[in-house]
Write a protein that binds this ligand. Structure first.
Ligand SMILES: Cc1cc2nc3c(=O)[nH]c(=O)nc-3n(C[C@H](O)[C@H](O)[C@H](O)COP(=O)(O)OP(=O)(O)OC[C@H]3O[C@@H](n4cnc5c(N)ncnc54)[C@H](O)[C@@H]3O)c2cc1C
Length: 390
């Protein structure tokens, strides 16, 4: 009997033949044998928080809620090995007890480690890379059933594995590069966009993390900065606009209001002009938009298909309510992003074809070639992933 999968927003659904909930490595390998026998594609999901259909299964769904936990920590090497289905929020306390912390986190901490790294999930900060760039090594169950170890010495395979879009195999566990624990001082304020962009370089450089949500109806930016501090956590300031705490308690927020989202990355130098053009377009063409536009920064990296590959980056996200049609506004936003050579977030809405993506990522065709060589039967290629083939 078929079952229905739904993503976090409820916007994406899929009918599936079989759901596997592995608790042992043998279960993972057996699921691949079953899929091969039936000619099914296989899709692992973490928290199903992707807005695009990148997590949508087609036949077999491997759900990793029973595949969570920190396996080991190494304070000297500043690394930890975790099961792939571990949610980011589940890392906070165990890492803290080992004197370790993630270098950065996204807006929320509900994603799984494998899901977040598969799509290049990021937070904000010009000196801080996305989560995929913190992957030191992984173990992956390939379509053949072989479980391989993979790190920087594995060459091209590592490039696909650490930012896999779920397309290489089932990630078994991930070793992350971390740092020692740190405290952050959060400050919140509102400011007009013209004023923000009058001092955007200063704001971006002033702290580790700066970001804002522009609220179109008010034409105001809800700004947030997080500065690393040695202040004692006991000195917690709690006037609602400032607080101090350990990084894992401060960086991420709660986002319970269901929405859909488009996000593009542009070169950091183009961020202000791109945002201002988007703001003008929304004020003229979509004055009824209630949801904010988010503006963040990400450090350049060397990953083949990272949205920050080879360039210092600004990310700009548009949101829409799930009860409303998002196509018109997202297409209009995408028109603006295209003018700035924007690269779409793999876990969010976009309308790019495979050939267009190959123009945006110099190593995109290589990514596919390496992927195909390890999975010639396309066991990990769902219809959506196939639609992105160059
Ligand atoms: C409320 C909300 C806030 C968000 N905030 C941010 C943010 O701040 N920054 C940002 O960059 N993004 C953000 N996102 C997007 C989100 O981080 C990504 O879509 C991320 O991939 C979701 O993680 P997940 O565990 O839900 O993965 P899923 O959506 O379940 O899967 C994503 C991909 O990972 C693959 N995958 C998962 N587990 C495995 C595994 N074990 N082996 C192989 N492949 C696997 C899936 O097949 C799929 O291709 C947000 C999304 C929401 C809904």
């Amino acid at each position: 009997m078929t079952q229905t999968w739904t993503n976090w927003s409820g916007r994406q659904t899929a009918e599936i033949q079989e759901v596997v909930r592995p608790t042992t490595e043998r279960d993972l390998v057996e699921s691949l044998e079953t899929a091969a026998k039936n000619g099914w594609s296989v899709r692992a999901v973490g928290a199903s928080h992707s807005h695009s259909r990148i997590a949508a299964p087609d036949a077999m769904l491997v759900e990793l809620d029973g595949w969570q936990g920190v396996l080991s920590t190494d304070a000297a090497a500043q690394q930890a090995t975790v099961k792939s289905g571990t949610r980011i929020f589940q890392l906070g306390e165990p890492l803290f007890k080992a004197g370790l912390a993630l270098r950065n986190q996204g807006d929320i901490d509900r994603q799984s480690v494998a899901g977040a790294t598969a799509t290049g999930t990021h937070g904000t900060g010009p000196t801080l890379g996305n989560l995929s760039s913190s992957v030191h090594s992984l173990r992956v169950a390939l379509a053949s059933g072989e479980i391989i170890n993979c790190d920087a010495t594995s060459g091209d395979l590592f490039e696909v594995a650490r930012h896999s879009l779920g397309g290489l195999g089932l990630v078994v566990d991930v070793t992350l590069d971390l740092r020692s624990t740190y405290r952050l001082h959060e400050t919140l304020w509102t400011e007009h966009p013209t004023s923000v962009f009058g001092r955007i370089d200063e704001l971006t450089a002033a702290t580790r993390h700066f970001e804002f949500f522009w609220m179109p109806k008010l034409d105001k930016c809800a700004c947030k900065s997080l500065a690393e501090t040695d202040a004692d956590v006991d000195e917690l300031v709690d006037n609602k606009l400032e607080r101090i705490g350990w990084s894992h308690n401060i960086i991420s927020s709660t986002r319970d209001d269901k929405h859909t989202e488009m996000e593009y990355s542009v070169a950091a130098a183009d961020g202000p002009a791109c945002f201002m053009e988007l703001r003008d377009m929304i004020r003229n063409d979509f004055p009824e938009l209630e949801w904010p536009i988010e503006y963040r920064t990400v450090k350049s990296d060397d990953l083949w298909i990272s949205a920050a590959s080879g360039r210092e980056t600004v990310t700009i996200s548009a949101h829409q309510d799930i009860t409303l049609d998002d196509r018109d506004i997202f297409e209009a936003c995408e028109d603006v992003f295209r003018r700035y050579n924007g690269r779409p977030h793999w876990g969010k809405a976009h309308y790019q074809t495979g050939a267009e993506l190959a123009e945006l990522y110099p190593r995109y065709r290589d990514w596919w070639q390496v992927r195909d060589s390890h999975d010639p039967d396309g066991r990990f290629v769902t219809p959506y992933l196939e639609s992105l083939r160059p």
